[in-house]
Ligand binder design. Structure first.
Ligand SMILES: Cc1cc2nc3c(=O)[nH]c(=O)nc-3n(C[C@H](O)[C@H](O)[C@H](O)COP(=O)(O)OP(=O)(O)OC[C@H]3O[C@@H](n4cnc5c(N)ncnc54)[C@H](O)[C@@H]3O)c2cc1C
Length: 385
């Protein structure tokens, strides 16, 4: 039996642990510095309302990958769920993503899909040929009214900087649908686990070859005791920030109990203007419409810079970060028996289905590699950074 250490009990760590455990060749220890498993996907029932709370922010599972969907359904029952987001703006309340209803309501028109497409095209700023930043890209694609109604203030609140400072690449395609489809995701499979994400991760980790230690921060001195380490913590933290700190936005929540059945009538409502400092409100009972609760739990979400002790949530990926990342990438490639996996160790925003897909590939490649080579170090394919 090889000894394997897995740092992080989120989806990355749990899927790799499970796949390795099933080959019956490895003793696996999973450590996490938090007092719970499931990483940022952690869910728990709120004591006062009985509502299933998505503690680190709302998580809707969606994927086009049938293998990932089949895989995850083996570890928990999923209920059908369609995410429909509303937006509070200075011009009223609209449906997101911007669709035909949004356009017709905002411009007080009755356009059909073809007319709407031509209309939006006419709104774009033709003087911008090569957009140099996010604002120019938005103005070129959708014009000033849509940009200022839905994007400008929201982006400032979310990223803490002027949209002129952000790369144009953030807004790659036209963020508009020319039909009345208000399903937030385009994915083929979409759902929310009936018993929460924590239950799924717990089922993944429930194997005789896996031990889990919580409240345990990884220490690189332990590497010598293991044949291989899968690390899903922040890549800069692994190297003690020796090259500098990668930029992340963090979020925090103001938690409220509503002493009634329904606080806002929808799971997620974005607040697009700077009248309020929060970016959105999520009311968690709406993520489980199959349940009934007399009271409700809603969270106001605020965005901020990541300070000392804050959880890093969204990679900023600015020019400085990209430059740092190259330096860390060199260090990563010098690590002999450590694979860097998941959203933090590869410094990418990743949805759950992407994390699971990559974790399955990494685990299977590792098992196959070890079949052929009894010793030596597995060079992970996980280094997408
Ligand atoms: C607000 C928000 C909403 C999201 N909504 C969705 C959604 O709707 N749909 C979707 O598909 N995805 C969503 N995501 C993305 C989803 O959260 C990630 O895909 C997923 O959590 C990544 O799993 P992971 O295992 O790579 O990382 P994590 O879940 O972050 O797990 C990493 C774990 O490593 C631990 N760790 C780190 N460093 C150390 C250390 N030194 N020692 C010990 N333990 C350590 C951490 O405590 C953590 O538990 C959302 C993310 C956010 C922030």
């Amino acid at each position: 039996m090889y000894n394997i250490l897995i740092v992080g009990a989120g989806f990355s760590g749990a899927v790799i642990a499970r796949e390795l455990a099933q080959s019956n060749k490895y003793n696996i220890l999973v450590v996490d510095e938090r007092n719970h498993i499931a990483g940022n996907c952690y869910t728990q029932r709120d004591n006062e309302t009985g509502v299933m709370e998505h503690v680190y922010g709302p998580h809707i599972f969606n994927t086009n990958n049938q293998n990932v969907w089949n895989y995850i359904n083996r570890y928990g029952e999923f209920m059908p769920y369609t995410n429909k987001v509303k937006a509070v703006t200075k011009s009223g309340i609209f449906s997101l993503p911007i669709n035909l209803l949004t356009i017709n309501q905002l411009f007080k028109k009755s356009l059909n899909p073809q007319e709407a497409e031509a209309f939006i095209l006419s709104l774009g700023d033709k003087s911008i040929i090569e957009p140099k930043n996010f604002e120019e890209q938005a103005l070129k694609l959708v014009g000033r009214l849509i940009y200022e109604t839905f994007f400008k203030d929201y982006t400032i609140k979310q990223w803490g900087c002027d949209p002129k400072e952000l790369p144009a690449s953030i807004l790659k395609r036209l963020p508009i649908r020319f039909n009345y489809d208000d399903n937030y995701y385009n994915s083929k499979y979409q759902g929310i686990p009936k018993a929460g994400y924590t239950q799924i991760i717990s089922n993944l980790l429930d194997h005789p070859n896996i031990n889990v230690k919580l409240n345990t921060k990884y220490n690189s001195d332990w590497n010598k005791n293991y044949n291989h380490i899968f690390y899903s913590g922040p890549v800069d933290a692994y190297f003690n920030f020796s090259k500098g700190k990668l930029g992340y936005r963090s979020i925090y929540f103001e938690r409220n109990i509503f002493d009634g059945i329904d606080f806002q009538g929808n799971a997620v409502i974005n607040y697009c203007s700077n009248d309020v400092s929060f970016t959105r409100i999520h009311e968690h009972k709406h993520f489980a419409p199959w349940e009934e609760h007399a009271k409700s739990l809603y969270l106001k979400e605020f965005s901020k810079e990541t300070g000392f002790g804050d959880i890093p949530f969204y990679p900023k990926n600015l020019a400085y970060d990209k430059h740092l990342l190259l330096k860390y990438k060199k260090l990563v490639h010098m690590e002999e028996k450590v694979s860097f996996v998941g959203r933090l160790a590869t410094y990418r925003y990743m949805d759950m289905h992407q994390v699971i897909e990559e974790a399955l590939i990494i685990a299977h490649n590792f098992v196959d590699y070890k079949k052929n080579e009894q010793c030596g170090n597995f060079r992970s394919l996980s280094i997408n950074i």
